[in-house]
Ligand binder design. Structure first.
Ligand code: GLU
Length: 576
């Protein structure tokens, strides 16, 4: 008995030593603190795979984008454009890259006008080659990798090649959007890919791929292998470029005029971030040609005088204030924001604290300002001789965030514009219809529109990738969303949740959505805020209750930990 006891004691001590050893080891080895949050589990997994191989946030972001192109083809891809906002932990600075599409040299201000001078309808313009801008994603990722990559460029392609060759399952959202698109069945190549081969329903229509069916894309795998081996330039010159040009030129509807020179001339732009204080924080984002981050900053700046931290979260009071601030900010956005390489954008004036404080006096806490839509203000540096751009509808795009073990962060919003972009495929990926983000009418009421189409110009975007710094100027949070021009409202509302209402990133993302783009106040249906509609109408708002699909992905630092969030309205996950 004594022997058994001694034996047990010895074993117990050994286990104890081992446990202490493991704990000590864990305490001495820095814990990896990386995280990815993206709109599809396979995309998040690809990012994580890179991070676990010692990759940087930029390496992971590239792997995420290459997989999203395949598994969430309706939203973003290498045939589109994107903006990165990047926290550089070494320099403690925010950097941004503009990978927005450019208009081919053949584009004129009349690009979306019909022969009688009237504008095309959005749906007339979307499908085919006419609205395809020169894609910027690959060149931008190539530049970012040159500066901040750790793994070899070719290694970043492994997860996407594996999935393109081995297959992936069609998700409910992809299936829903295949069903939704009226044009998809009519477009060759793309319809062969997204419909069941040889199947017809009772009315003779092709049958969309079902949820769970496995889709392979050997052509995309070939494109990826070329890009992996020959580098980002091979997208713009050579076999991939030829395929893009051929698909655009031979599109069965709206053939487009993109040329080899247009592709070869594409350049991503590294720009200074747009930053402004909010309470003790600093908000930073991508500057124009996206209007997104600037307008988010304006909304927050307009609300600063109202002490949102004291407002009841998601109350009618809070929704009213946010809506009024949004109306003022969207008014400025619609008038002034466009490609800064083509028009003078009064950017500093628009985010200036005293301008916003003065303008916030137009907000009455109990009732709407009478005129709807509200008119733009006059920030320093603005010109009064412009007409507001028209609203542009959209329901696509993807946002993801990555943090690496060194503390660098990527906040990237990426888009092919409409679901399935132009519905034109080349090399196994979809091409964007981003030129429809230009104002279709170049001149309104005799005044030019800042966001009119022009050769070489980048269409105004609403993408709002954001990074928030804390009071010491250190990285605190990163967030962004898809959703067309609603993106701005989604991101501002979530930032208020995190910064003012002490919500976790996930709680802020989950909040019922409300959007005011200086037209009507939209409330997300089937949520408790829909019950506030009558109260908000009593304050003078025109209210619509409707389906609103944000797709926010974000993360923040809490002490030594990372906390992430993924929008339950989409299919993404947080992985760490
Ligand atoms: N094309 C839009 C933009 O750049 C985004 C489209 C969307 O989010 O649906 O603002």
């Amino acid at each position: 008995m004594a022997r058994i006891k001694l034996f047990l004691t010895l074993v117990g001590s050994l286990i104890g030593f081992a446990a202490v050893g493991i704990l000590l080891n864990a305490a001495l080895t820095p814990r990896p603190v990386h995280m990815v949050s993206a709109a599809h589990p396979l995309a998040s997994a690809a990012g994580l795979e890179m991070l676990e191989q010692g990759g940087s946030a930029v390496d992971a972001a590239i792997a995420v984008q290459l997989v999203l192109t395949l598994v969430e083809p309706q939203s973003s891809g290498i045939g589109g454009g994107a903006f990165i906002v990047y926290w550089n932990e070494d320099t403690r600075r925010v950097e941004t890259w503009d990978g927005r599409e450019t208009a081919p040299a053949s584009v004129t201000p009349r690009h979306f006008l019909k022969s009688d001078g009237s504008p095309m309808s959005f749906f007339e313009a979307v499908v085919g080659g006419h609205a395809v801008g020169v894609p910027g994603v690959v060149a931008m990722l190539g530049d970012a990798h040159k500066e901040h990559g750790r793994l070899p460029w070719a290694d970043l392609f492994a997860p996407a090649i594996r999935l393109a060759e081995g297959g992936f399952e069609v998700t409910p959202r992809l299936n829903k959007l295949i069903n939704w698109s009226p044009a998809l069945p009519r477009m060759p190549v793309v319809s062969e890919y997204f419909f069941q081969p040889g199947e017809k329903d009772d009315d003779g229509n092709p049958v969309p791929l079902d949820v769970g069916m496995v889709l392979v894309n050997p052509e995309y795998a070939r494109t990826l292998r070329t890009l992996a081996e020959d580098g980002p330039d091979s997208f713009y010159n050579g076999a991939i470029a030829d395929k893009i040009l051929e698909s655009v030129k031979n599109a069965p509807v709206n053939p487009g005029g993109m040329t080899a020179e247009d592709l070869a001339a594409y350049k991503p732009v590294k720009r200074e971030p747009v930053c402004a204080p909010y309470r003790t924080y600093t908000l930073c984002g991508a500057p124009p040609p996206t209007s997104g981050s600037t307008t988010v900053i304006q909304i927050m700046g307009l609300l600063e005088s109202f002490y949102m931290q004291n407002a009841e979260p998601q109350s009618a009071d809070a929704i009213h204030l946010i809506s009024e601030a949004s109306r003022l900010a969207y008014a400025d956005r619609n008038l002034y924001l466009a490609d800064p390489d083509f028009v003078d954008v009064p950017l500093d004036g628009m985010v200036d604290r005293s301008y916003l404080r003065l303008r916030s006096r137009l907000i009455h806490p109990d009732k709407t300002s009478s005129s709807n839509p509200l008119e733009a203000g006059r920030p320093a540096g603005s010109s009064a001789s412009l007409s507001p751009s028209e609203p542009e509808p959209a329901h696509s795009t993807s946002h993801f965030v990555v943090r690496d073990d060194w503390g660098n962060v990527v906040s990237m919003t990426t888009s092919i514009e409409a679901p399935f972009g132009s519905h034109v495929m080349a090399g196994g990926f979809l091409l964007n219809n981003q030129l429809t983000d230009f104002s279709f009418r170049p001149v309104i009421d005799g005044k030019p529109v800042a966001n009119r189409p022009e050769a070489g110009k980048r269409p105004r975007s609403s993408m709002s990738p954001m990074i928030v710094l804390d009071e010491d100027g250190e990285f605190y949070a990163a967030i962004g969303s898809p959703g067309g021009s609603r993106i701005i409202a989604f991101v501002a509302q979530s930032l208020i949740g995190i910064l003012d209402w002490d919500m976790t990133v996930q709680e802020a993302i989950n909040m019922p959505r409300h959007v005011h783009r200086n037209t009507t106040l939209e409330l997300e249906e089937n949520t408790f805020i829909a019950t506030l509609a009558d109260g908000l109408r009593a304050r003078g708002h025109e209210v619509e209750v409707k389906e609103i699909t944000s797709g926010l992905h974000g993360l923040r630092v809490v002490g030594d930990e990372l906390e992430g969030g993924a929008d339950p309205r989409r299919e993404g996950v947080v992985l760490d």
